[in-house]
Write a protein that binds this ligand. Structure first.
Ligand code: ADP
Ligand code: MG
Length: 383
């Protein structure tokens, strides 16, 4: 459906059929938060929601970009004049990918691109990575670059870091590029190795709900940098290069060596969350999917009490879901708003959703958006 609309939109805009149509998903992180820059573990899965792009090559150095979801004309740029952090609005994401590919020595001679996305924006579900990865994959295939998925993810990250100017890790782009249906992706943020971990919820009679709180508190603006600095301080005081190097078995001894209460809390979160990722992997490999529920809820408590990046809406989503019979729940992403994930028996999904929506109404919060996160395929050609 999307594919037909995007193909037709391309033809209307540019007067010819596109050479192909590609899709790349948004993602949600199951477990492992603020662990990426500590060279630890994360475990995202791809959503069924995708950015879909119809693309053709050009040989005249012109890049034309259009989004069906944004009011406004086609953005026209020259590939040899692309400048990092220039004010190109949404177009900076696909333009940044062209820039990153060219910086890496790939001869991209231009392109026409028209896209549409079903990934909610600004909900912590990585609509930006979906945009970058769909552009990167389309250009890789059209120009025959032969890049691997992890290479495409790193180029997309470079586009976001250095061209758009957002200091994100590589998880979002890796999830969008590398996830597979029915799996979560174990990403080791030290060596960037990946492994597909079975996470076939439907086969187990389970669902993972995403609760998009639809809020983003301004408090979060400086918090990422502050937590990051605190973690680096913790690593320095413990004499390790990154908190990844503190073994869970040595956590208590490590905490006893830290004098600063705030740093101690951050260290406890990071080291215990890395451990929770390993615990979840062990359980999923054993097929014991239900047992990950309490691990998710423990992870939420750690983010709320130790890292202190939750907010009333996220705490309510988790507590209301668990009170209504969910197997476990946690906030996901950067915090201070965005989304939570909730593991439920499929038969309880409607009841838990209703309970969360009612709790939000009672608290006077904006109505949340709740939908199932079916572990879906990563980026692919669809037409
Ligand atoms: P998130 O990645 O968590 O959704 P970001 O702030 O990183 O939030 O990225 C959102 C930005 O990505 C939007 O402000 C917009 O510039 C761009 N974007 C996302 N989806 C689209 C779309 N369908 N069309 C155009 N731009 C989009
Ligand atoms: Mg983003």
């Amino acid at each position: 459906m999307e594919q037909v609309g995007v193909r037709e939109g391309f033809e209307e805009l540019y007067g010819a059929a596109p050479e192909g149509v590609w899709a790349a998903p948004g993602r949600v992180n199951l477990i492992g938060e603020y662990t990426d820059f500590n060279e630890g573990f994360v475990m995202p899965l791809a959503l069924p929601h995708t950015a879909v792009a119809a693309v053709s090559r050009r040989s005249d150095g012109v890049l034309r970009l259009h989004s069906a979801d944004i009011e406004g004309p086609v953005v026209e740029l020259r590939v040899d004049e692309l400048t990092p952090r220039s004010d190109t609005g949404w177009a900076a994401y696909p333009a940044g990918v062209v820039w990153a590919l060219r910086e890496a020595g790939h001869a991209i001679g231009g392109a026409d691109l028209h896209l549409s996305s079903t990934v909610p924006t600004g909900a912590g579900l990585s609509s930006s990575a979906a945009l970058e990865v769909v552009t990167a994959l389309a250009l890789d295939e059209l120009y025959g670059l032969g890049l691997t998925r992890p290479e495409l993810a790193r180029l997309a990250q470079r586009a976001e870091n250095d061209f758009v100017g957002v200091p994100c890790g590589v998880m979002d782009q890796t999830a969008s590029a590398c996830c597979t249906e029915g799996h979560a992706l174990h990403l080791d943020c030290r060596d960037l190795s990946i492994r597909q971990v079975p996470f076939d919820l439907a086969a187990q009679g389970l669902e993972l709900l995403v609760v998009d709180t639809r809020v983003k508190h301004a408090l979060g603006d400086g918090a990422y940098a502050e937590r990051r600095a605190g973690c680096e301080e913790g690593a320095r005081q413990l004499g390790v290069s990154h908190l990844r190097d503190v073994a869970y078995e040595e956590l208590d001894a490590a905490l006893a060596r830290l004098s600063d209460e705030r740093v101690r809390r951050y260290v406890r979160h990071v080291v215990s969350d890395d451990h929770r990722v390993e615990r979840v992997i062990t359980l999923l490999d054993a097929g014991d999917v239900r047992a990950i529920g309490p691990v998710l809820t423990d992870g939420h408590a750690s983010l709320r009490d130790d890292l202190r990046i939750s907010c009333p809406e996220l705490d309510l989503a988790v507590s209301a879901a668990n009170s209504a019979g969910a197997l476990g729940a946690r906030m996901t992403g950067g915090g201070f708003g965005g989304s939570a994930v909730v593991l439920v028996e499929a038969a309880d999904a409607d009841g838990v959703t209703k309970a969360v929506v009612e709790a939000f109404a009672e608290a006077g919060f904006t109505a949340p958006r709740v939908f199932p996160a079916v572990p879906s395929a990563g980026a692919r050609r669809i037409g």
